[in-house]
Design a protein around this ligand. Structure first.
Ligand code: MN
Ligand code: MN
Length: 263
């Protein structure tokens, strides 16, 4: 099954979607993120093709769905898509995929929406854990190359190291749309961990964390979309979802496409 309205062939597409059904073996509180790409595709058929806010008709937005890939192939897919002048959108999978698929040579910075800092050096002995995703990116791009927004959970050690190393983050309580103005990146990789939302909007995630964000994420995406060259949507856990999280993930994808097309 392809994502709704993603019927363009690759060579004609502006937006190219790929799933990465990968999850860590032992590390999440809840399992199931590997089922998310197909689950989110299925739920995408709930929506109208027409977006009332932008007037964009998604059947004319030139979306292509390339299917599911391994992490290694997704990395190549993202790089090639950007070289071909397209906007790749990756559906995870666990957050552990992100450090591997960010096209570091094609961007100025990474913006992460997440309840968690994911700044552990290792988690249960694994440096590739979802709990280390931002740390791995930080090591590649440095303190000026990554910013996390929506944080409301860290271990004591994580917080101390984040402060010592100069990792830039804003908590959920500090969220404002003006943050977009502080992000000076011309070319952004946007990573959305679905647990940035409050569990009342998205409880079907690996590690739910109360007092999160809501509608403001959509305003944020509207504002940052012009600068986004690639994005991912990760951490939906279908076995724990009542439908809301998957529907929200699909909506984020289509809203992003609508705003990006509207420019
Ligand atoms: Mn995360
Ligand atoms: Mn998270």
């Amino acid at each position: 099954m392809i994502f709704a309205d993603a019927t363009s062939p690759y060579h004609e597409a502006k937006f190219v979607i790929a799933g990465v059904p990968y999850e860590d073996k032992e590390m999440s509180f809840r399992k199931g993120t590997s089922k998310a790409p197909d689950y989110i595709r299925e739920l995408s058929y709930n929506y109208e093709s027409y977006d009332i806010f932008t007037g964009v008709d998604l059947t004319l937005a030139f979306m292509h769905d390339a299917g599911n890939f391994s992490i290694e192939d997704a990395k190549k897919f993202v790089e090639n898509a950007i070289k071909d002048g397209k906007v790749p959108i990756i559906i995870g999978g666990a957050h552990s995929i992100t450090p591997h698929i960010v096209p570091y040579n094609e961007i100025d910075g990474v913006v992460i929406l997440d309840a968690h800092a994911d700044f552990r050096d290792e988690y249960l002995g694994d440096k590739n854990s979802h709990a280390c995703a931002t740390r791995r990116i930080f090591e590649k791009v440095g303190m000026d190359g990554v910013i996390s927004i929506g944080i409301r959970s860290m271990s004591k050690e994580e917080k101390e190291e984040a402060e010592k190393l100069g990792f830039r983050y804003y908590t959920a309580r500090q969220f404002s749309l003006e943050l977009v103005d502080e992000i000076k990146y011309e070319r952004v990789y946007l990573s959305i961990d679905m647990d940035v939302f409050d569990p009342c909007y998205a409880s079907g995630v690996s590690n739910p964390e109360p007092f999160g964000l809501g509608y403001e994420v959509f305003d944020f995406i509207e504002k940052i979309a012009p600068n986004v060259v690639a994005m991912d949507i990760v951490e939906t856990s279908p076995p724990y979802d009542d439908g809301k999280t998957g529907l929200l993930a699909a909506k984020i994808l289509t809203n992003f496409v609508a705003w990006k097309s509207f420019i």
